[in-house]
Design a protein around this ligand. Sequence first.
Ligand SMILES: [Zn+2]
Length: 307
Amino acid sequence: MSRHNRVAIGILLIVIATVGVAWGIMRRSPVVTSNKLSISTSFYPLWFFASQIGGQYADVHNITPSGAEPHDYEPTSQDVVTIESGNLLILNGGVEAWGDKLKASLKGTKTTVVVAGQGLLTHTLTENGVTGVDPHVWLQPQLAADEAQVIANAMIAADPVHATTYQENLQTLLSQLSQLDTAYRLGLSSCKQTAFVTSHAAFGYLAEHYGLTQQAIAGLSPDAEPSTQQLADVTAFAKKNNVRYIFFESLVSPKLAQTIAAEVGAKTLVLDPLEGVSPQDQTAGRDYVSIMTDNLHNLQLALQCTK
Ligand SMILES: [Zn+2]
């Protein structure tokens, strides 16, 4: 073996030994646990509110994956592990069919369950003889603000050390929600029409708050198959009210909206119930506030508003 090769092998052995020692140190190092509040939220708007309020002091895990729709979503076993090892589980109420089951199993654990929509779900809807509670309060900015307050209270109770930051972040969020409410009030104050057709009945609280009338193709959940009678009712409603746009949702097939639009000579347009935000939209920087603003613009277009 040449001297050159011996030197090369020597260097190689030193490198291997160094890597081995470093690896050993890494493996022996204690696992660094996060001091942040660990929060699970059931779907997008709650994730957005909790992330805004929690800021740097909270790790917020969203159960319904971006781009999925929460009405019929079931958490994975990994989600359940994350929820059970966390400080808070934030639900809306009325959306998460799995929530009640999980609430029972979390009794006696360190995970506190917070139902942000508690006391706010005042609307019901009867479809095919069955009455259900309308959970879509996050689409009305003042009710969204109430949910944000409940979430902030729970965070402060769980982590009083950072109460000041949570309060400050809450105030920033509440001011954004208040600006949205003002924009909706002004933007919808002088419109030729007040009736609109949506994909599923997600905009009842919003419609009531701003003096509008919603007619939905499907019921309270987007996966509910509308009956022939419901479709006939929607078509009749659209014709009677001269509806110019039929709204559809980005996470649900627009087929029914397109069929009705063709039948009544209307166009289609997105009205997003914010039940999930696609990964592409999130990458593009879209969030609760920007999507609510887009929804307002599309409502103004559909209702022929002049402001
Ligand atoms: Zn919904």
